[in-house]
Design a protein around this ligand. Sequence first.
Ligand code: ADP
Length: 448
Amino acid sequence: MKKKINTYLLLTVFLTLMAALLMAVAIFHHIYRRQVVADMRTCAYMLKNMNWQEAEVQDMPEDGGQEGSAEDGDEIRITVICGDGAVLYDNEAENGTLENHSARPEVLTAKKEGEGYAVRHSDTLGRDMYYFALRLDDGMILRISKEADSIWRVFINMMEGIAGIAALMFLVCFFLAHYITGGIVRPIEYLAGHLEEAEKIDTYEELVPFISTIRKQHEDILESAKMRQEFTANVTHELKTPLTSISGYAELIETGLAGEDDVRRFAGGIHRNADRLLTLINDIIRLSELDSDRMEILFTEVDLYEIAADCVEMIRVSAENHGVTIEMHGYHCTVQADRGMIEELVYNLCDNAIRYNKEGGKVDVTVGLCGNRICLSVKDTGIGISEKDQERIFERFYRVDKSHSRKTGGTGLGLAIVKHIVARHHAELKLASEAGKGTEVSVLFRSE
Ligand code: ADP
């Protein structure tokens, strides 16, 4: 980044410098040109007022009275042209050797307007020829011409000076760019290594949203790493318990000391714990599936009442085994949802309502409208959940009474799965519970 800013800065300086210098040369040349024409005009009027005709043209020296060689280009050439364009006198040419000058633009303009000038470029000399023509009172034209440097010559002559100044300025800018870039980049570099000090560092206001996003992401990453670590530790612990039991039962059978009844009992233990392992692993897999964004949800129009009623029928035997009655209420309502997930959700809620119920208790499953939203509610008359536990029961592996949960086949993951499914459907989860009296869990779907 530093390199890039530096390069861009220097490039900008270089281009600006070049443009400024070129413009300066062009302006200088323009002023110079105007000055040359003005000088020639003054000279022409002076000659006119001198009454040169009386001073006799032939007395004029051939080089226009100027000293110096032709190469320095400073001499003035004087030409006297008759009204018809014939050259009467030229201080640099033999009389009668010059062609008719009537078509020369400066002569034409002077004839018409009294005075005229023209600049012609000579490629061979690489110089410009300046002409100023003045109409005299008798109709003759007095023309003064002078050679002067063209813009390229001016530029080439100035080149040495320009290059020197440009190099000096470039050097100054080089160090300045280096210093400025350092100043711009320093807070950003410091920030990279000291993100936690972001608030204390004096940075640019444009960076503030950027910093807060990075900090938020940083915190999220740390949080999710912590959660993953906790989850792994919990999973390991949960898997260890049934595996230890299975290993223990197997070891007892292995000794050969156990009688036939004991072996059957131990095999039963192995079976139970293996089932528990399977349930646990299934729940863990399910949760990680729901966690991953790659899992696609198949939204279709589903009848919530029908799903809930099917679930109630399926679970009725289990309810009876627990001495609990279960009833379905409400009416047919359709929602956009993933059928499989909704079945899982209703099953988990009904299963909990039965397992954490009391002998002779009741479970009411209702589907209907709550305000303008379709709602599913599972209400029981069970043991309830204390206020402090209510906040935590949706956490993975959180159980109010571990042994009760385990005894009834719980994994501590059922409500975590429910929470995920609800979130995936952009629905809302509500919990109302009172310890000793019962619990009601409601899921409010988005109104279409
Ligand atoms: P588990 O497999 O242990 O049932 P859940 O995630 O389904 O796990 O529930 C977490 C905990 O919340 C349970 O262990 C239980 O303590 C409490 N809980 C869930 N549903 C109810 C309910 N209907 N009544 C009382 N307590 C409940």
